[in-house]
Design a protein around this ligand. Structure first.
Ligand code: NAD
Length: 727
């Protein structure tokens, strides 16, 4: 065996039969990325392969790390500014050129994907003639660049379009950034074979080399046609116009350029030769990587998410602990979902409600979810049975004996919550973690109902629990560090993302989403056309339109919370500022009896039999709309700013203590638009940074009211030329 120089991140291993194995193994790094060392190693490897071509029978590319290849070097990318555009463009072309040299060597090249091949990893695989994936647990394959505001620029657009056709490439891999497990990747045509073991994978690779001594890519063969046709093909041309329209619908016109660039790159690159196609791909990539949106998204979905999950907000020095048996109190919508999430993570669950029947109904929710998963091939009968066997419905508190965690999800009523904790405190394990899933009640107040207040904490899940990835952990005044660490560990155990906040009414998420909703409703009250309000929210990138979201939450719940909060503030001697939305909500409920979707009528009308939204209630136009208009940008920014400004206040108040938690919580919990990178990154990335944001806030304040006044902390950041970071 011979080896390339030590600094290389690609090891060249050649056996006596002429098969070269290129082992991706960045020294000193836990994962392989497309860093400078890789780029120079790739060039060296391509040089050597060309020089020694005659002694090579075939090439296998695999990796010595757990993941095959992790993709672009994001630390690097986040620093690339507009001034670096030309350099970024050239660097992209270098990688493409060297992959292309290996692809066109005339020898069979096989990708042996020993672990996840996402982004750059799958692009390397696409440049190979044959792709074999090891069926390793957790292994994922795909091109998720779009989820970071980028496009795959290592030939990923050019080759996926040539492999799958434009439509499939866009829908299956490029536009949504889907990550497939190896078996799904096989079914979707992303890989050719799946191997059960590493030995089998390498044997398959050698078998391919033996059988295909002169491999080349389908797109390098004479007369190759892109599957499904190119835009020049009449059949395709007929479908093409629907694409941008569908895309616009999907993206709702958010200021989010990646999908548009991907679409353009896919279509344009399909009509030209391979080399020109690569240049087109590189140009569209450069535009994205030098822009602000990609930076926002990388910051949030990579760095912030990592910081949050790694436990930035978890107290140090507390031994990690796993929950074995959890009590879930209340088997309603939330309790049923929480029971499922816990059981899915292998935790024994005792699901308690007022009657066995009600508890069993909660368990039936898991049965329904599992039936769907089974039908889609996402679980097996054995897994389903094992999961269901872990959930025990009951009405008898004695069944909670031995539970080491309690999650309460009964009605939102402090007296009832106190009562259920009293009922079980003596039954569960003496050091059981005590959690409440209240969405608004102060944790400190609820803790008055338990003996061990230090073990009491808020664990705020989002609906539907099985889909929503976030859990907001709320630390009450008396909550101990140990409880906080255990709650954090429990959230990670059930594979969700934890953010940590201090106690306050509505915490972070419920309070801030309230600002969004109030702003939308206030605009209706000002006489603005409600359809435009909905459109403004959608085009700002909110996943749910504002009035439809209010209908989902019901108009009565936020109203009750508002009234209770007002009472609490006034009792404490404070004055309640009120909000222009209040009057609209009161009229909707009191005058028109429209309480939201569950009541069958809200800002929208609903079909009686299916419960589906049918149209905006025409009465809105009659009773509220005056024909008043304001600039569309103001409509969008009022919603975005209302949330961002209140988040800054929460930082000031000490409810929030981490910028990363705020950013991630806002995107994963309450639908703040992902292109912003989160609610505080939105301020950082706003034109002119925090100073530009503060200046704009003053304009909104002058036009729409005091609630837009820039808070002290924002002005301090602006004056110091600083951004919001965790330091
Ligand atoms: P729900 O009305 O669907 O369920 C409440 C359940 O509690 C009912 O099944 C009821 O029978 C049961 N219950 C009542 N008294 C009980 C007792 N003494 N012992 C055991 N069970 C009892 O309510 P939900 O929407 O699931 O909300 C539950 C909690 O979660 C509330 O505190 C709510 O604020 C909070 N929450 C709700 C959401 C949401 O989107 N719905 C989101 C986050 C948090």
């Amino acid at each position: 065996m011979s080896e390339t120089p030590a600094a290389s991140t690609i090891r060249w291993e050649q056996d006596g039969t002429g098969v070269v194995t290129l082992v991706l193994d960045d020294p000193g790094q836990s994962a392989n990325t497309m860093n400078a060392a890789f780029i120079s190693s790739l060039e060296a490897v391509a040089d050597r392969a060309e020089a020694e071509r005659d002694s090579i029978r075939g090439i296998i590319i695999t990796s010595a790390k757990k993941t095959f290849f992790a993709g672009g070097d994001l630390r690097d990318m986040i620093r690339i500014g507009p001034a670096d555009a030309e350099q970024a463009f050239r660097k992209g072309l270098d990688i493409k050129r060297d992959l292309r040299r290996i692809e066109t060597l005339g020898k069979p090249v096989v990708a042996a994907l020993n672990g996840s091949a996402l982004g750059g990893g799958y692009e390397i695989a696409l440049a190979c003639h044959h792709r074999i994936a090891l069926d390793a647990p957790g292994s994922r394959i795909g091109l998720p660049e779009v989820t970071l505001g980028l496009l795959p620029a290592g030939g990923g657009v050019v080759r996926s379009v040539r492999l799958l056709g434009i439509t499939d490439a866009l829908l299956k891999v490029l536009l949504q950034g889907r990550r497939y497990d190896p078996r799904r990747a096989l079914a979707e045509g992303l890989v050719h074979e799946v191997a059960a073991t590493e030995e089998e994978m390498l044997a398959m690779a050698r078998a391919f080399i033996d059988a295909h001594p002169e491999s080349r890519q389908p797109w390098d063969t004479e007369g190759y046609k892109i599957p499904g046709g190119t835009p020049a093909h009449p059949k395709f041309a007929a479908n093409l116009p629907a694409f941008p329209a569908n895309l616009r619908k999907q993206l709702a016109g958010a200021p989010y350029p990646a999908p548009r660039n991907i679409l353009a790159a896919a279509v344009e690159s399909s009509q030209v030769d391979f080399e020109t196609a690569q240049v087109i791909e590189a140009r569209y990539f450069t535009e994205l990587v030098t822009g602000q949106t990609a930076k926002n998204m990388i910051q949030a979905f990579f760095f912030d998410l990592q910081a949050v999950n790694a436990g930035r907000s978890r107290p140090e020095g507390v031994e990690p602990r796993q929950v074995r048996k959890a009590a879930v109190l209340g088997a309603g919508m939330m309790g049923a979902g929480i029971a499922y999430a816990c059981a899915r993570a292998g935790i024994e669950v005792v699901l308690k409600d007022v009657s066995l029947e009600a508890a069993a109904k909660g368990k039936a929710y898991s049965e329904g979810l599992l039936a769907k998963a089974l039908a889609k091939g996402r679980t097996t009968e054995a897994e389903r049975d094992a999961l269901l066997a872990r959930i025990t419905p009951t009405a008898d508190p004695r069944d909670l004996a031995g539970c080491d965690a309690v999650i309460e999800a009964v009605f939102e009523d402090p007296a009832l919550k106190h009562k259920v904790f009293q009922e079980i405190e003596g039954v569960v394990a003496p050091d059981a973690l005590l959690c409440s899933n209240t969405s608004t009640l102060p944790i400190t107040l609820l803790a008055e109902g338990v003996e061990r207040a230090a073990d009491f904490i808020g664990l705020h899940f989002f609906s539907p629990v099985d889909k929503m990835p976030l859990v907001e952990i709320i630390k009450g005044e008396r909550t101990g560090d140990e409880a906080l660490a255990r709650a954090f560990d429990l959230v990670r155990q059930i594979r969700k993302t934890p953010i940590v906040v201090n106690d306050s009414r509505g915490f972070f998420t419920s309070r801030v989403i309230g600002q969004f909703i109030n702003e939308g409703v206030a605009m209706v009250g000002e006489g603005i056309d409600p359809a435009s309000v909905e459109q403004a929210a959608a085009q700002a990138g909110y996943p749910a339109k504002v009035l439809s979201l209010m209908d989902e939450l019901t108009l009565t719940l936020p109203r009750r919370i508002r009234d209770e909060t007002r009472r609490a503030v006034e009792e404490a001697g404070g004055s309640w500022p009120g909000h222009p939305a209040d009057e609209v909500i009161d009229r909707m409920v009191d005058e028109f009896g429209r309480t939201g979707r569950s009541g069958g009528a809200g800002f929208y009308d609903y079909d009686e039999s299916t419960g589906r939204r049918t149209r905006l209630w025409p009465g809105l136009r009659e009773h509220f709309t005056t024909g008043a208009t304001i600039p569309f940008r103001d409509m969008q920014e009022r919603m975005l700013f209302a949330e961002a400004i209140d988040t800054v206040r929460l930082l000031e108040e000490g409810v929030l203590t981490s910028v990363a938690d705020a950013n991630i919580g806002s995107i994963l919990g309450i639908g703040f638009p992902g292109w912003t990178g989160g609610v505080l990154q939105y301020i950082n990335g706003y034109q002119g940074g925090p100073a530009g944001f503060a200046a704009r806030a003053r304009e909104l304040e002058a036009a729409y009211g005091e609630r837009f006044a820039p808070p002290r902390l924002l002005l301090e950041k602006a004056a110091a030329g600083e951004t919001f970071t965790d330091g």
